[in-house]
Design a protein around this ligand. Sequence first.
Ligand SMILES: Nc1ncnc2c1ncn2[C@@H]1O[C@H](COP(=O)(O)OP(=O)(O)O)[C@@H](O)[C@H]1O
Ligand SMILES: [Mg+2]
Length: 451
Amino acid sequence: MVNVQEVIPSAKRLIKSLRDIGYDFSTAVADLVDNSIEAGATRIDILVEFDGDNSFVRISDNGKGMTVDELKEAMRYGSERTYNEEDLGKFGLGLKTASMSQCQCFHVASRTMEEINFIPAFCWDLAHIEKTNKWEIIEPKSKEILTLLREPLNEHKGTVVLWQKVDRMLGFKHPYGEPARKKLISMCRELEGYLAMVFHKFLAHETSREPLEIYLNFNKIEPWDPFARDEPETKELSSLSVKLSHEGVKGKILLKPYILPTKEGFSSPDKFKRASGPANWNQQQGFYIYRADRMIQSGGWCGIRTRDEHTKLSRIELNFSPMFDNAFKINVAKMRVQLPIQIKDTIDQAIGVAVRLAREHYDGKKKSSFKQSVHPTYAAQPSETDKKESGSDSDKSASSKSFSTSYGIETPKFSLDEIEEKAINISTEQEKPIIKQVFQRLRKDLFGKDK
Ligand SMILES: Nc1ncnc2c1ncn2[C@@H]1O[C@H](COP(=O)(O)OP(=O)(O)O)[C@@H](O)[C@H]1O
Ligand SMILES: [Mg+2]
């Protein structure tokens, strides 16, 4: 017989330390939006009200809602639930940790079709936890709070989350006066940009889910497409799929490279400015990583290469399914992922052509050859490669440097320029001028010209 002792964590200490799990205002709201989307919401309303100590944020949706028992479970840190492959939730923590990262007191009310005349509500209040040191949620009694919570659910089912005592959100314990008000306005602007970006596929109806609308202070949020696909000069290169095997889970990662137009190639200066994104053009180059259609990372090369002014027009969509959460090391705040080590080299090679083309496009060298060279040298299509895949998924083979069909990438055809570039890259300083001379002769021989 094993002697066991139950050791319950200190509510006070744990809840307070979980406030620092890594959210900021925008990422915290986005985590609640995830919950609403998952609940089948087609409309989400975010209301940010500035009123000194009484400032609040209210996020309401028209999703399926929760019964009183479901709501109680949802309020639990580490709530129990089974997840489907395309679910946006993961840890059973987001609702609580995202809310508490911004405020000291949050309420949730919910209404389902089954219990249409009943709107249960519960609250986590830091002041109460401080007093009792117990994992206790409270049923609100205040008429004012109940009105705020229930008002959006008068006409339909759904869920409402209300943040009060928003100390962390504004960074002022008592958010009075002009500086706090101004800060809130700029935070709302940032939030709008963030939601427009992270949920652009949902807002543009590009997912298999119901169309979604998000309103911030009654203004509809328009999607921001990082690939500027409505610009005629944006180049969309062929998709690639890379096979991944991690801890017994096997599947594919989808990549789609884009080369955006130069400033002159955009249809207007305004469109060019908007396409830049929340950071700037240089910072926004690189991977756009999506998990179940929701963007997790916007830009950056995940350690594969460095940001370079000359490659700033390249943006690469990368999609992975939640079944690879462990491989991508997703964190609770869904703000950070890492490329799985075993496919880093393969991805690096797979995007090489796209990055080179983006560089050439930026440099303006190859404007005329650009259109012709994109597709012949970058021909790997997932459907084609799927048919050809024959190798194993083992991590051992993933360390190979060559383009291999076992990763779902078709061996590409290289142009003369690419072969020269590759030869230069692997040659010594003495060999480099010789290789350049040989390629010059080869060009003359083949095309009757030097370049
Ligand atoms: N807006 C909502 N509508 C319906 N159910 C919700 C909503 N928000 C949260 N829930 C329920 O609460 C649970 C806990 O949410 P959360 O703490 O964010 O963890 P996770 O999303 O990782 O499961 C969810 O799994 C879901 O069942
Ligand atoms: Mg969640």
